[in-house]
Ligand binder design. Structure first.
Ligand code: PLP
Length: 417
């Protein structure tokens, strides 16, 4: 699997597809560098400014989402899944942001997924109560915390993939005074989950028999399929990989077990999962933002760029050194963009290669640039991989027509336990 654009020509089209802005942008000569508190103050109805700060005036590195593109992505996903008679249960591991989860629910999502207990806690604290924990919790303290979440919300669902864990969950549910909703995580590939087949069926029967658990169905997420390059291969492998899981789903159904949930899939396979018999909903994450990794997987129409959803997430950075020919240094390094590949894209500058390998600095090399960059000038970057980049920031600036319209907290930032 290659996550790198294969040639400079295709890199150009990735960047064109990903660019949230055109190359010709107004960059103020002397940039104020507003921080989040100042931006929020300027958005207040009482502010004499009356209009949001330009994204080019933000203190950097700053994480921005283009609201027109982001909203269109949500609408497009909902419409596409509806056409294919699937529901969406978007994964909050991508955004970790309660206001975004609320927008997804308002658009018709049946619930939100969470990867970690602390993430689920932070989201529920902010009013997100329909949460499916797609990761099983093995440690007693996490099991207890998960059952506290179930106590707070009847719409909390916990994944399980191990018989002793199911027994522990039932005990913890009893102690919390609840009957906890549970789905069996059935592996597709080797990452997590119980292998499909007799063991998974036995676990489902055990869950069904335990006094304080209620079986709701199964999860089957194929992480390996999401970034397969080329739609035809992606489709073939997705459908092949899940065959055993479908057999397990059917065996559960035949045994009279509850299979009302058969959930999985992501941004790369959202338009394939409806071909899986019995599938109910898709746990899409990255579609709201997109990133350099996803742009590279190719679309159903054979286009090497995946254009089903628009790249909306960018990082604003400042040029801090222009003294060396063919090179620029910025203030956005690994702590702003992570070390994921492919390299970040420089919006409007397809000839630039961006290396975020240094902790605090990004290094750009180029043979041709559209303009000459001065110290203090701004650049807009497309994230290599959206999930871990979001986790580096306290705030996401929601941008419309280049101006900040809203500032969202990254509610569960750093909540990786
Ligand atoms: C269990 C699970 N579901 C859904 C997703 C979302 O996938 P994507 O961002 O590719 O849409 C992920 C991402 O890693 C995941 O781990």
């Amino acid at each position: 699997m290659s996550l790198r654009p294969s040639s400079s020509a295709s890199r150009r089209s990735f960047l064109a597809a990903g660019a949230a802005t055109a190359a010709h942008v107004w960059v103020p000569r002397s940039v104020k560098g507003y921080n989040a508190e100042e931006v929020i103050a300027r958005l207040a109805p009482s502010s004499p400014m009356g209009v949001g700060v330009s994204k080019w005036e933000l203190d950097t590195p700053a994480l921005c989402v283009d609201l027109d593109r982001f909203e269109a992505n949500i609408a497009k996903m909902q419409a596409a899944l509806k056409r294919n008679q699937l529901d969406s249960r978007p994964h909050a591991k991508t955004h970790k942001c309660a206001p975004i989860a609320k927008l997804q629910l308002a658009a018709g999502a049946i619930g939100i997924c969470a990867a970690k207990v602390s993430e689920a806690e932070a989201l529920m604290e902010q009013g997100i109560d329909k949460i499916c924990m797609t990761t099983s919790n093995l440690a007693p303290s996490k099991i207890r915390r998960a059952m506290q979440l179930r106590r707070k919300s009847k719409d909390f669902i916990q994944a399980v993939d191990y018989e002793p864990n199911a027994r522990d969950l039932s005990e913890a549910a009893k102690a919390a005074g609840v009957v906890a909703d549970v789905v069996i995580d059935v592996a597709v590939g080797t990452r997590s989950g119980i292998p499909a087949g007799d063991g998974a069926l036995a676990l489902a029967k055990l869950v069904d028999s335990l006094p304080n658990l209620k079986l709701r169905g199964l999860l089957s997420y194929d992480g390996g399929a999401q970034h397969i390059t080329g739609f035809a291969t992606r489709k073939e492998r997705t459908l092949k990989n899940i065959e055993e899981n479908v057999r397990t789903f059917e065996a559960m159904k035949k045994a009279g077990l509850n299979t009302e949930i058969f959930s999985g899939g992501g941004t790369g396979t959202y338009n394939i999962q409806h071909l899986v018999p019995g599938f109910t909903d898709v746990q899409v994450g990255s579609y709201i933002f997109m990133d350099m990794q996803y742009l590279a997987i190719g679309g159903e129409d054979g286009d090497p760029v995946y254009r089903d959803f628009a790249s909306s997430l960018t990082v604003m950075a400042t040029v801090v050194n222009n003294r060396f020919p063919g090179r620029l240094t910025t203030d956005a390094g690994a702590k702003a963009l992570t070390l994921n590949l492919p390299h970040a894209g420089v919006s409007g500058e397809p000839g630039m290669d961006y290396n975020a390998g240094s902790d605090e600095f990004g290094t750009i090399t180029f043979t041709e640039a559209k303009k000459s960059y001065q110290m203090g000038d701004r650049l807009e970057l497309i994230a290599p991989h959206c999930d871990p980049v979001v986790n580096e920031y306290d705030h996401i600036y929601g941008i419309r027509k280049d101006r900040v319209e809203v500032v969202w907290p990254v509610t569960a930032r750093g909540h990786s336990q």
